[in-house]
Ligand binder design. Structure first.
Ligand SMILES: [Zn+2]
Length: 130
């Protein structure tokens, strides 16, 4: 069955941490965003070990991932704010801000991990190996 998560779809590469071109090699050395941040080299791999795609397409390529990270962060903030407003009605504004900041810091390795995967998937398409 073909779904948005099937091999060949961009979500497959993003969710399973795979090279955007071949969907076989890894993008980050570890699948867990938190383990990558605390590992010796907290950057993604230099190139795909299966198809040799150089991940940093040009110098400064990863700066663009900051925009994706920003969007993920703002989306999470809005979601948290709505959840908190729905669940706890009598939270003061400084408590609300503190709770949101706490979760943003907690999720930051997650944003870093997925922002690069999403960013490279804007520019590199899946290619079937001949
Ligand atoms: Zn590859």
């Amino acid at each position: 069955m073909i779904s948005v998560f099937s091999k060949g779809k961009k979500l497959h590469s993003i969710i399973y941490n795979l090279c955007p071109r071949c969907h076989n090699g890894k993008f980050w050395s570890k699948d867990n965003p938190y383990l990558n941040v605390f590992s010796k080299s907290n950057n993604n791999l230099e190139k795909c070990d299966k198809c040799n795609l150089k991940y940093e397409i040009e110098p400064g390529f990863w700066y663009g991932a900051m925009y994706v990270s920003y969007a993920l962060g703002v989306g999470t903030m809005l979601l948290l704010w709505m959840l908190i407003e729905l669940l706890i009605l009598d939270l003061k504004i400084h408590e609300l801000v503190l709770a949101i900041v706490f979760f943003i810091v907690l999720f930051s390795p997650f944003f870093y991990f997925y922002s690069r995967l999403i960013w490279i998937n804007f520019f590199v398409n899946y290619e079937i190996k001949k």
